[in-house]
Design a protein around this ligand. Structure first.
Ligand code: GN1
Ligand code: MG
Length: 369
């Protein structure tokens, strides 16, 4: 039995669902936390999650971030005439109070209302869908532009420190605990050859060229709930990595995941192609909502965000593959290597159309309007 199932009943008892829970089933496609959909006898639904102890070392502080940010978003959404119960996550507190429940094995659980009438997509099936997610993350950025970023706890230190991620890869290759590095020489070489790129965004932050903001840090299409009826993006989810960061990274992570027509773990690389038209679609949608909040430098660096997030994610998947798949959940052997290879192919594609990507971003500079 997986760790989470062993204490699931304890967690179910810790929360008040209004009516008894009749079912709790595994849910979603996240790689990190253990997620269950709970249905009560009245058919009310909730999302119950065990926070990954591998990824997050201080889950209670993480929950403070989540509660503070969702309460802030909820007020802003209400002020602007929206529906906070559908347009942001709502944390349901445990019977004993606090923001989460700790089980007898030390696992930390939290509960959210399930947002009814929504769907979640694993790939950008249509450009409209991708644009909708861009509006959602652009709006997220705009709603939080006055939130004091420095009050947020850094849930994963150095999360998007690409230089450090490369160092972790080098360490994994040197240790090579399972003898896997030999089979991914070319992948490793590809990452190492881009060592100089890794510091581009961090240098711009250090020099003050790029500002620190409240960022989501996991802006995949599947972290946006879409309204089943209207098809419009409704609610940004997965707030575990909301922390101070760079807006170009939020933009870039969306591009990494969505500006292509393949699954993140597609084994057949001939099907993996970066699509600059989708880059343009997303840029227009994202900036349409968040644009006014961004500086010129942030707009100019958007292509770097795309390339660096893709490169970094590739390095993380490759590192985890070499180290024995401790971090990203896998459902088949070699899945993290396949994931690393799709990222590598996407980076190579982006490099081929680098000038074009910069020209697209430049069109959105204020004096180009
Ligand atoms: C992880 O759990 P999930 O799928 O939302 C990861 C992201 C990666 C992503 C790759 C906390 O997110 O950083 O980009 O997988 N989250 C964490 O799919 O490490
Ligand atoms: Mg996530």
């Amino acid at each position: 039995m997986a760790q989470a199932e062993q204490t699931l009943n304890e967690a179910l008892a810790a929360f008040d669902f209004g009516r008894p829970a009749k079912e709790a089933v595994r849910f979603g496609e996240g790689h990190i936390n253990d997620t269950f959909l709970v249905t009560t006898q009245e058919d009310r639904r909730f999302i119950l999650q065990r926070v990954s102890p591998v990824a997050f070392h201080e889950p209670k502080r993480l929950m403070d971030n989540v509660v503070n940010v969702t309460e802030y978003l909820s007020q802003e959404i209400a002020r602007q005439g929206g529906d906070p119960r559908r347009e942001t996550l709502t944390v349901v507190r445990p019977r004993r109070g606090g923001t989460c429940f700790t089980d007898s094995a030390g696992g930390v659980w939290r509960l959210f209302l399930y947002v009814e009438g929504t769907v979640c997509y694993q790939s950008a099936e249509t450009p409209e869908l991708f644009a909708a997610s861009g509006r959602a993350f652009g709006r997220f950025q705009r709603l939080l532009r006055d939130y004091p970023a420095e009050t947020l706890y850094e849930t994963i230190p150095r999360f998007h420190d690409t230089v450090n991620r490369l160092q972790n890869l080098k360490n994994a290759v040197a240790a090579d605990p399972l003898g896997r590095a030999g089979d991914c020489r070319e992948d490793i070489e590809f990452m190492l050859a881009r060592e100089r790129d890794c510091s581009v965004a961090l240098d711009a932050l250090r020099s003050g060229e790029l500002p620190l903001r409240v960022t989501h840090n996991d802006t995949k299409l599947n972290n946006v709930l879409m309204d089943e009826e209207t098809g419009e993006a409704l609610c940004v989810i997965d707030l575990d990595t909301v922390m101070p960061g760079l807006v170009i990274n939020d933009f870039g992570d969306s591009i990494r995941f969505g500006a292509n027509h393949n699954a993140e773990d597609e084994p057949d690389l001939s099907k993996v192609n970066f699509d600059p038209a989708l880059f343009e679609t997303y840029t227009a949608a994202f900036l349409g909502e968040a644009g006014g909040a961004l500086t010129e430098a942030e707009i100019r660096y958007l292509p770097w965000g795309a390339k660096l997030m893709t490169l970094e994610c590739g390095m993380r998947f490759l590192t985890d593959h070499i180290e024995g798949d401790h971090y990203f959940h896998i459902s088949r052997p070699g899945q993290n290597l396949d994931r690393a290879r799709t990222q590598r192919k996407l980076v190579a594609d982006m490099e081929h159309c680098w000038d074009k990507l910069n020209a697209i971003a430049a069109r959105y500079l204020p004096n180009q309007a």
